[in-house]
Design a protein around this ligand. Structure first.
Ligand SMILES: *Cc1c(COP(=O)(O)O)cnc(C)c1O
Length: 400
């Protein structure tokens, strides 16, 4: 009984700090109008930025993939689980990033979490290496750095000068700078051109986690490297395929030799069952959409919605962050106040998640609004009106 009591004490501690998380259960596909716990909601919380998760062509390709390749892969990639669909997907992804890399090759992973663990453990496999990690990096990069044998140092958010000082002072044999491209809880962009110039001067790798950029950034949706028109052999690109691409999994694109090293050495690649080939087959359809005219139209619509939200929100105390991406956080501050705001919105049929520590820094609990090309202008205007009204109500309550 003592063991259970110890666990329950930990849960109580979370509850007292308003840090308990709970799941809601969706009864319908990921879309702006979603049935959640039996109730119809207007959702602003997914990372399905282009609305491809329930796109008829992607769903049809998933069916077709199951007919062609069955339900499961049966084994790890290096045993017998590597299918033609995986190979085709990797070729396609490599071609997409080829303008930005030297001798590009791509490797498909089950999840972005695993791709990040793989990138950092494979590149940072020696105690003689140092990983320079941006302060607001995603948890999977933090865990990858912890798991690597390399030393780790954290540089302040967006601070290229501070990073340069650290690089100058470092005697590491291998230097690895790692950053999100679009910060997942703030929505701002890393200064990638300045970071790459610095990495080239110091002979460092630049690992870019483009989880929120792939499919969305760049004229052709190829992501952050296309957006900033970067090209370098120092780049190691991680794109995820469960967000804008609407399916699941992730990939690393880099010089062919780097990818070969991952295949030989990266444990999160080697020691796990290959994901169902049907997913890779479905992803070929979603890449067709991303790179085609429809993807361009979806990105243009998404950008109109981002501008619309910006125009319509009139907040006084709650803080907007300077984001031009689909991630539009509203910083409220206290955990309980952010939770209260989320539950008021929920009562009105609006689903916006409250994000609390440790995902964000203490005192910066926030509503994380995410927009999708599947939203309409009316839906975004409805959200903005609800947020404006809610803030006014809370200001009045504080004043009373
Ligand atoms: C979502 C996310 C990941 C993890 O990707 P999954 O495919 O969901 O495991 C990695 N990095 C960032 C910045 C993310 O937002």
């Amino acid at each position: 009984m003592n063991l259970i009591a110890g666990v329950e004490r930990q849960l109580d501690t979370l509850a007292v700090q308003s840090l308990t998380r709970r799941r809601r259960t969706a009864d319908s596909p990921c879309a702006p109008r979603q049935v959640v716990d039996g109730r119809s909601m207007l959702a602003f919380c997914s990372n399905d930025y282009l609305g491809l998760a329930a796109h008829p062509r992607v769903i049809a390709a998933l069916h077709e993939g199951a007919d062609l390749y069955g339900a499961g892969s049966g084994a790890a990639h290096l045993v017998s689980g590597h299918s033609r669909a995986h190979a085709q997907l990797e070729e396609r992804l490599a071609a997409m990033q080829a303008p930005h890399l030297a001798d590009a090759r791509a490797l498909y992973f089950c999840t972005g979490y695993m791709a990040n663990l793989a990138a950092l453990t494979a590149l940072g496999s020696s105690p003689d290496a140092t990983i320079f990690s941006e302060a607001l990096n995603h948890a999977s990069l933090i865990d990858g750095a912890r798991l690597a044998k390399a030393g780790v140092t954290v540089y302040p958010h967006g601070d290229v000068a501070a990073l340069e000082t650290k690089l100058l002072e470092s005697g590491a044999g291998t230097k690895i700078v790692v950053t999100d491209s679009v910060f997942s809880m703030d929505g701002d962009l890393a200064p990638l051109p300045a970071l790459l110039a610095l990495c080239e001067r110091h002979g460092a790798w630049l690992v870019v986690d483009d989880a929120h950029g792939f499919g969305v950034l760049g004229a052709n949706g190829r992501g952050a490297l296309e957006h900033f028109a970067l090209r370098s052999p120092n780049l190691v690109y991680v794109g995820t395929l469960g967000k804008a691409a609407g399916v699941g999994g992730a990939f690393i694109a880099a010089h062919a030799s780097v990818i070969e090293l991952m295949i030989q050495r990266a444990r999160p690649y080697i020691y796990t069952t290959a994901s169902p080939p049907a997913l890779a087959h479905a992803l070929l359809a979603s890449l067709d959409i991303i790179e085609g005219a429809e993807g361009m139209e979806r990105r243009a619509h998404l950008n109109r919605l981002i501008s619309l939200l910006d125009d319509e929100l009139k907040l006084k105390r709650w803080q907007r962050l300077p984001s031009r991406t689909a991630i539009q956080p509203i910083v409220i501050g206290a955990n309980d106040e952010a939770l209260r705001a989320a539950s008021r919105l929920h009562e009105q049929g609006l689903w916006v998640p409250a994000i609390r520590p440790p995902t964000v820094a203490p005192g910066t609990a926030r509503l994380r609004v995410t927009l999708s090309a599947a939203h309409t202008q009316d839906e975004v205007a409805q959200l903005a009106a609800a947020l404006n009204h809610l803030e006014t109500q809370q200001l009045e309550r504080t004043a009373a």
